[in-house]
Design a binder for this molecule. Structure first.
Ligand code: NAD
Length: 427
């Protein structure tokens, strides 16, 4: 086992899944591992379309999986091909993805190209009989996402998306706790992803600016929503087991005024049918608060990125000590002794508990890929894995629409699926 991977057997054992299937209610896509035989010899033949930064990261896990051969690489940019060949020197190289799809010996494709190219490649791949892993966000528009999802259903090909938290042990355990009522009724979810950097890649010559820095330009990307929000909005609907009805928000370029077209500062509020809200905020000129999903119930709060949870009913600090503490921390210039109105509602000092005993070695990426390979070999689409990716993509595009049109946007009826009613399917 490598440092950054975790074996499937350990993963399931640590989660208490061996023989019990107890977590399947909260994370039904784990069915991908339910009838796997470790001794299975069959291999799948995979092509990587767009082995850029993310594509090569995914390849670094795939080359360790004995059940897959990366037999082809396809990219229109030679430096990406050369770097990818270092991982799979024997792979056949293509410049046009349609030639990859024409090769009948290839079982599946992994698409890690820029967002605006996903739909065309994914639809053609399904049509040519390939199983598909498509990086998030799956489509550039809601209509594209819907077409990709429908094509998966009509062709019966396996479909996975790049939502690795679905297979992250911390998140799986966290959701089991949320769904079993450990934190009471969830009344709000705050998500945020903050960075401090311009998000630019080095460009070897000026005419390549939009090609290399595609995520900064609206013809190729919806910026922070499609690059970051996609993960956190998926977690919100996973926690609440439903989709928000509507979203409102605001986006602006407030710091990185360098010619980019996508917002560097966004805030969205997603509202569920009962008024519960999930927020997403992102600023890329301050990283103090980093990233988190704060899932808040009346009995407690869970923060899966940090891997911790906190109950509400901790022993409060004695008032006098808290006052001294606040004074020492310069919250007050002097100690006011008249009455109790001095006590501000600052957060309790509560160090919380860890979700899993030790910090897991996997963020879910290797297990997500393992599950994809198992699904190809067994021809069995795990329960709701495609739907989670579909909804996550739809929600970030919905948020982008609310911000660009500066209005409340409702989830369109024509794009709704029956969220919970999806079963494993053997094709
Ligand atoms: N799941 C995650 O956590 C995660 C993380 C990072 C990126 N991503 C996603 O992965 C995708 C790729 O991101 P990246 O950072 O690797 O981008 P990148 O620019 O580093 O890589 C994209 C590659 O696609 C190639 N390409 C462009 N058009 C092509 C075409 N028509 N045919 C073949 N190749 C083509 C480019 O030359 C490049 O090598 C994006 O959708 C991004 O959102 C997901």
């Amino acid at each position: 086992m490598e440092d950054n991977t975790i074996s499937r057997r350990d993963f399931l054992k640590n989660l208490g899944m061996v023989g019990t299937g107890v977590l399947l209610a909260a994370s039904p896509w784990l069915s991908a591992f339910s009838d796997v035989k470790e001794t299975q010899k069959e291999k799948c033949r995979l092509a990587i379309i767009g082995p850029g930064s993310r594509g090569r990261f995914l390849m670094s896990f795939l080359v360790k999986n004995p059940k897959v051969d990366i037999v082809a690489l396809c990219d229109i940019y030679q430096p990406s091909i050369e770097k990818a060949l270092e991982l799979v020197p024997k792979a056949k190289v293509y410049k046009d993805y349609r030639e990859v799809l024409a090769d009948k010996t290839i079982d599946a494709v992994l698409i890690a190209t820029p967002l605006d190219t996903h739909c065309r490649i994914a639809l053609d791949a399904f049509d040519s009989g390939k199983d598909v892993f498509c990086e998030k966000t799956i489509g550039f528009t809601m209509d594209e996402c819907y077409k990709i999802y429908q094509k998966h259903k009509s062709t019966g090909q396996i479909f996975f998306t790049g939502q690795q938290r679905l297979f992250d042990p911390r998140f799986i355990k966290a959701m089991e706790m949320v769904h079993s009522g450990t934190f009471g009724k969830i009344n709000g979810i705050h998500t945020f992803w903050n960075r401090n950097g311009d998000w630019r890649r080095e460009v070897p010559s000026p005419e390549l600016e939009r090609f290399i820095n595609w995520r900064l330009y609206r013809e190729h990307s919806k910026g922070l929503m499609t690059e970051l929000a996609c993960h956190q909005l998926q977690i919100g609907s996973w926690a609440l087991q439903k989709l928000p009805e509507k979203v409102m928000g605001h986006g602006a370029i407030t710091y990185w005024k360098d010619g980019r077209e996508v917002y560097d500062n966004v805030s969205c509020i997603y509202v569920f049918d009962d008024g519960v809200k999930m927020t997403f905020d992102s600023i890329i000129s301050n990283k103090f608060y980093g990233l988190e999903e704060q899932i808040m119930g009346n009995l407690g709060t869970i923060e899966p990125e940090k891997g911790k949870y906190y109950f509400e009913d901790v022993e409060p600090a004695p008032a006098f000590l808290q006052m001294l503490n606040d004074w020492e921390n310069n919250i007050f210039d002097s100690i006011p002794f008249a009455g109790t109105s001095w006590a501000p509602e600052t957060a309790n000092i509560n160090n919380g508990e860890y979700i899993t005993g030790e910090r897991p070695k996997s963020d879910g990426t290797s297990l997500l890929l393992d599950a994809f390979i198992e699904a190809i070999i067994t021809h069995k689409q795990p329960i709701r894995v495609a739907e989670e990716g579909y909804y996550a993509s739809m929600l970030c595009l919905l948020g982008d629409q609310a911000m660009t049109e500066e209005r409340t946007v409702y989830f369109p009826d024509e794009y709704k699926l029956d969220y919970l009613n999806h079963k494993a399917k053997r094709f």
